[in-house]
Design a protein around this ligand. Sequence first.
Ligand code: NAD
Ligand code: UDX
Length: 467
Amino acid sequence: MVITKICCLGAGYVGGPTCSVIALKCPNIRVTVVDKNEERIRQWNSDKLPIYEPGLDEVVKKCRGTNLFFTTDIVKSIEEAELIFISVNTPTKISGNGKGRAADLKHVENAARMIAEIAKGNKIVVEKSTVPVRAAQSIMKILKANVSPGINYQILSNPEFLSEGTAIADLLGADRVLIGGEESPEGQKAIKELCWVYEHWIPSERIITTNTWSSELSKLAANAFLAQRISSINSLSAVCEATGADVSEVARAIGRDSRIGHKFLEASVGFGGSCFQKDILNLVYICECLNLPEVAAYWQQVIDINEYQKSRFTKGIIESLFNTVSDKRIAIFGFAFKKNTGDTRESPAICVSKRLLEEGAYLQIYDPKVDAEQIDYELEGASKKYEIHTSAMLSAVNAHAIVICTEWDEFKELDYNVLYDVMMKPAYIFDGRKILNHEHLTNIGFQVKTIGKRLHNGESTGMWETC
Ligand code: NAD
Ligand code: UDX
């Protein structure tokens, strides 16, 4: 089979950018991205794409209408395609068995059922969503139970490793592409066909092929390892605050060991995003189901430390502001879970904001890429004592404190002399991302507190009082 038409079910943060890059690099393949959400498809076909991702606009503009299409016509797209990516969401279950931990596979199952119902010819079905180990078996069961005579399906696992904010660069220059499939000749043939698609721009030595279950588990493992590094350094940030060590210096020192490496050692207010927590919870659940409680407990700690870090940071803010934030104006700088994205899923800013609102604070929130509607959505159920601003400067007016929740570059460029003038005194800055020049801010007159380092601000010697 020569792949000439690809269909992707799910036009989200993964389906949209991944298929745009495939279309860009494979001009002879017609790539159709489908979604059941009409509004999302309308946005993909408009000038304002539904997600913000550096470089994405240019790629979409170049390919859209030529070999890249966004549509809600699921039937036609499935019928025509030889290869179908399943890129639908797999959130943590919110009810029933495994509530709060297991991945909810209802959208993957629906996608498989749609394919089974619509397909009239052979298909390679590629699981791109992050799923529990052996999910491909369930997809195969559904497809085989509903197969029309003469149709042959191959299921591949091809997890996605892109990070938001750098998705296009990650897709264009992927460290590796992972493809898992059956060891049968048909399975190996399907693997080769998907390899051929990626080989349009990824050197073949960077394409790893494995069995299906290894591929599925590797995705969960990669996210677990990355998040574990953040929780490890964040756990040490508490030790630094208690002892006078500086977590950035510790990260630099250990990162120089080539076996450890320097990436993903930035201590922070905690990790966010739609993947880390969800995927580790899923791994924990799988281990529990496999009767491996020690392994489950080990990975659960990565999540527990992240929760600890978010609440430790917020507790430190309240304590520093004389143990009460009631009716104090606090500027929240950044609401996205990291810079260069408008995504707020599991953003630490939500946790920090909700806690401060609970304590009676009045929040003045600013994020360059998150719109007001999204902030309202995330803060639903919390006190309405907040307003959303269109600039960092406006959000600082009359504030007792600035809290940096996202590491947007523009926060480094602000004129903090002016910000100091418009704020209440003493004016505090809580740098949850360690991005500012703390010495400069202290010289201006700010009381500065950051993660993993004691700063000497006038009468205060400690960061958070940890004991
Ligand atoms: P998303 O919520 O942004 O997008 C998923 C889309 O799928 C939604 O638009 C939804 O309407 C659509 N959908 C659901 N069921 C459908 C169906 N039956 N037919 C057509 N469309 C359907 O999710 P996402 O962030 O793109 O993540 C997708 C998957 O990729 C998840 O499993 C996630 O864990 C994984 N992943 C995400 C990232 C990331 O950075 N966001 C990175 C790697 C892997
Ligand atoms: C992650 C994985 O990196 C990616 O491979 C996978 O496909 C999806 O999940 P993403 O969540 O988009 O990507 O962003 P990432 O850069 O991993 O950051 C996740 C969170 O960790 C962010 O909140 C970020 O600010 C935080 N982080 C990251 C730290 O706190 N410290 C670090 O050193 C790195």
